[in-house]
Design a protein around this ligand. Structure first.
Ligand code: HEM
Length: 217
């Protein structure tokens, strides 16, 4: 019991102590728009139909873009919240372990930098071919076809689909207080939150492709 408590506190402190990343740098392993990515197996037309399916409209683009100025100054606090959750949830922290079975601090730090960039990219809401190709890359990085390769990590090589889909709730629910920490009205905060929820839902759907049998996506 005491051992588990010490391990949880140590991990949480370790995660919170990770260095802030300068906003203008591109994180290591970040390849959005660099022209080197595989073309996604879904098209911009598929994306348009997916947007219609989840009721994502031009209003959502507007509110995602409005959220950037609210979230960017709070990005490290948002990441502390998300990493705090993963770090204190052993069956999720497991996927950030090294081959010795302990949390891989370097892996956690490098992924955190890209996660920070992802907050900004999601708020930017530029749904073009580069964005689609990077969705496919993120999909592959959660699945055994691509996990660990970007950072040379040595731990578990695959994250089960059920956890990737399931994390949508904590990620989007915990965002709301950060959106509310702004001058926007409650209705506008709700509009930003809904837009975020729909965008993350669409991304998680796109990330599910490598997990499915051919023809099922
Ligand atoms: C809504 C669900 C999720 C979101 C929004 C999310 C978001 C992200 C983002 C933005 C990245 C970095 C992508 C990049 O390389 O540019 C990433 C990587 C990663 N995520 Fe997730 N994730 C989700 C679910 C999960 C779950 C359930 C786990 C399990 C602990 C997890 C563990 C990881 C790991 C280990 C990496 C690094 C993969 C690698 O490149 O080796 N993620 N995630």
């Amino acid at each position: 019991m005491m051992k588990t408590l010490i391990a949880t506190v140590t991990t949480t402190l370790m995660l919170l102590a990770l260095p802030a990343f300068a906003a203008h740098d591109k994180p290591a392993g970040y390849r959005y728009g660099d022209g080197s990515l595989a073309t996604a197996p879904y098209t911009l037309e598929d994306l348009e139909l997916l947007k219609k399916t989840v009721l994502f409209t031009g209003e959502d683009v507007k509110w995602l873009r409005a959220s950037r100025d609210v979230l960017e100054p709070q990005a490290e606090a948002v990441l502390d919240t998300w990493y705090g959750f993963v770090g204190s949830t052993p069956h999720l922290l497991y996927y950030f372990q090294n081959k010795r079975g302990t949390p891989d601090a370097e892996y956690l730090a490098r992924v955190r930098e890209r996660f920070r960039q992802w907050i900004l990219d999601t708020a930017d809401a530029n749904f073009d071919q580069d964005w689609l190709d990077y969705q496919y890359e993120i999909a592959r990085r959660h699945h055994r076809v691509g996990k660990n390769r970007t950072d040379g990590a040595t731990g578990p090589d695959h994250i089960p689909a059920r956890y990737v889909v399931g994390l949508l709730y904590p990620v989007t629910a915990t965002l709301k207080p950060f959106l509310a920490n702004s001058d926007y009205s409650p209705a506008e905060i709700d509009a930003m939150h809904q837009a975020w929820t729909k965008s993350v839902l669409m991304q998680v759907i796109l990330w599910s492709e490598p997990y499915m049998n051919r023809g099922d996506f």
